[in-house]
Write a protein that binds this ligand. Structure first.
Ligand code: 13P
Ligand code: SF4
Length: 339
């Protein structure tokens, strides 16, 4: 059903009020508005809710996202939704987490290419082998992993709570296994005064976006923007972490920006996060290091509309019930320890 001119104008006004402008859109506002209007109408008919990770494009976040946040917030909020269908604009492991937490509703990822290099770096069989090599050590697993890997784990963490949870785990255990992000594991271990390889057994996984930033650029930006504050995601290598003022997940980075008043903020993380930061804090000055996550960016408004219209079996997330039940224990442990 095509929109009437007045409906389209109303939608353009709504999007503008949410901060969208031609500068942050890949196509004319009118085309974006026609799509968001169709998606939002269809959402009601299909009893669906749309989750959007902060690395999604502004048209998705501001135009159709119902639940927007980092991977922790989305896991928490998706758990509470009563919708029959969840359209997850994020990567597959995030949607899988939503499915694990409530297997009664259907979850779809509007792209067949929304993987994650971290998630793909390790299998459940790898974890079983690690456990056999290091008997008795608890397995702390970054949420960027498959359901099968989570099912082999003792506790899941996200970048928003990994430090807090590791502190608690170290109270009970001298050593532990942290998978699969070797950079995040080493960064957190050093922050806690632990030695990578000795106190924390790491896996060789990394994020294709965060592993490639050049630390020399941070100094270049500092010279160009006096008073600049640099923030990096905990998935970055230690040379980056040593060169910045703040390390954390995307949620922590937004809180840090909200609570401080620097002349400029350098965001060393996925490029789209800079667009969101500008929308949330239009009065502040952001410099985003431009590396896109190809998996996150494989989702578009068109693919969201298509997924909602068809609720296609090939894009539906499924997890075997026994795997889901075991993975749920490790995720619930995270909620317990993150409190
Ligand atoms: P957050 O936990 O900060 O949302 O990050 C997830 C992610 O995939 C970062 O690359
Ligand atoms: Fe995975 Fe990196 Fe993309 Fe995050 S940015 S989803 S860790 S590949």
């Amino acid at each position: 059903m095509s929109a009437l001119p007045a409906e389209l104008s109303g939608e353009i006004e709504r999007l503008a009020a949410r901060g969208l402008s031609a500068g942050c859109l890949a196509r004319p506002m009118r085309d974006v508005a026609a799509l968001t209007l169709s998606i939002n109408r269809l959402k009601e008919r299909k009893k669906a809710v749309i989750c959007a990770h902060v690395y999604q494009t502004p048209d998705i976040i501001c135009g159709v996202g119902d639940l927007v946040g980092d991977s922790y917030k989305l896991a928490e909020e998706a758990r509470g939704t009563k919708a029959e269908n969840v359209i997850f604009c994020g990567v597959h492991f995030m949607a899988e987490t939503a499915k694990i937490l409530d297997p009664s509703r259907r979850v779809f990822v509007p792209s067949g290419n929304a993987g994650c290099s971290l998630s793909e770096s390790i299998t459940a069989a790898d974890v079983r082998e690690l456990k056999a090599r290091h008997p008795g050590l608890p397995v702390v697993t970054y949420i960027n992993t498959s359901a099968g890997v989570k099912a082999e784990s003792d506790c899941v963490v996200t970048s928003a709570n990994a430090e807090k949870i590791l502190v608690k785990m170290y109270r009970e255990h001298e050593r532990l296994i942290f998978i699969p992000d070797r950079f995040m594991g080493a960064n957190l271990a050093r922050k806690l005064g632990k030695t990578p390889g000795k106190d924390i057994i790491l896996w060789n996984g990394s994020c294709v976006v965060h592993e490639k930033f050049d630390p020399r650029l941070i100094e270049t930006y500092r010279r160009r923007y006096p008073g600049l504050v640099a923030l990096a995601h905990a998935e970055c290598p230690s040379e980056i972490i040593n060169a910045v003022d703040f390390m954390g997940g995307t949620g922590d980075m937004l809180s840090y920006v909200r609570d401080t008043g620097a002349s400029a903020y350098l965001l060393v993380t996925e490029c789209g996060f800079g667009e969101l930061a500008r929308l949330r804090f239009p009065e502040k000055n952001f410099i985003a290091m431009c590396r896109l996550c190809p998996y996150m960016k494989s989702i578009t408004l068109d693919s969201v509309l298509d997924a909602l219209e068809r609720l296609p079996a090939e894009l539906e997330v499924t997890v075997p019930p026994d795997t889901a039940a075991r993975a749920r224990v490790a995720i619930e442990k995270m909620f317990e320890l993150a409190r």
